[in-house]
Write a protein that binds this ligand. Sequence first.
Ligand SMILES: Nc1ncnc2c1ncn2[C@@H]1O[C@H](COP(=O)(O)OP(=O)(O)OP(=O)(O)O)[C@@H](O)[C@H]1O
Ligand SMILES: [Mg+2]
Length: 290
Amino acid sequence: MEEKTPRAVSVSVLKGGVGKSTIAGNLAETLAHRGNTVLFMDLDSNGHASAGLGFEDHYENYETHLGDVLFNTANPSDVIFDTGFGFDILPATDNHSSIENQIKETEMPSLQLKNNLIDPLLNNEYDYIIVDNSGDKSTLLNNTLVAAQNIIMPLTPGEESLHGLQRTKEDLLKPLREYIDLNILAIVPNRLSRRIDYHYGDRKLVEAINRGSPSKVPNFARIPAEDWNKMDNGDWQGKLPKPGIRENNEFTEAYGREKPLREYNPNNPELENLEELAQIVERGGVNHDG
Ligand SMILES: Nc1ncnc2c1ncn2[C@@H]1O[C@H](COP(=O)(O)OP(=O)(O)OP(=O)(O)O)[C@@H](O)[C@H]1O
Ligand SMILES: [Mg+2]
């Protein structure tokens, strides 16, 4: 087995409701299922991901919080818990905006999360740290990107989603890239319908990312131009290509039961796509040869 390279990944895009929390939590679980030590951090002030893993009460009822660790009055272990699903969680709390204000007052406001939490934990405790971020610009999102430098971007069909991708690249990543390397590990189409050849919105999304960022598209969403031609001309033989993570109610059902998808239904077909995403995190990028 190859030596592991510890890696932190932000699941983020400037767009709400595209599946960031769903993919982040289930990716953390899948990495753990593959034998890695994993920390899942919920840095979205809405706390949705934490609630879906059984940490809803913690949102308002906590003794120590992220700010205490960043400002040296607590240890990381005081704010990290075992999910019971094979990985650890740093759950969201209801005071992110006051933590952000404190961060802004420090001398190096972009480096607080990196220096005080993510770097020490990656060097000593975890193989992978997966961070769920908000769909809006924020100090915690900036801090996460500087610390993690790796990004996974989920997108759902629809014009606004492609617009969100563009805005993320222009308004969020481009300014940061003047100072640091940022690596988009994968762009992940989510909530697709069954028939990619019929469904205009799905096709537009999958075509756009295959054309614009082919090296970032996982194999499960990779459809080269010649395959679209074959589908359009009716000479497609066999199974239609898998276009991405599909619309599947069990994601929401599992969330309601406060469990990862695998725990809810170990045979859910979408777990296979999460498996490839986990490999992309382990490898540090998409591999189109394997
Ligand atoms: N592939 C899928 N199939 C069915 N439902 C899904 C799928 N992916 C996500 N959902 C559902 O869509 C909703 C939004 O997903 P999620 O909360 O993960 O998005 P988000 O990008 O984190 O949103 P926010 O910006 O509000 O944090 C949730 O109810 C979730 O269960
Ligand atoms: Mg979310």
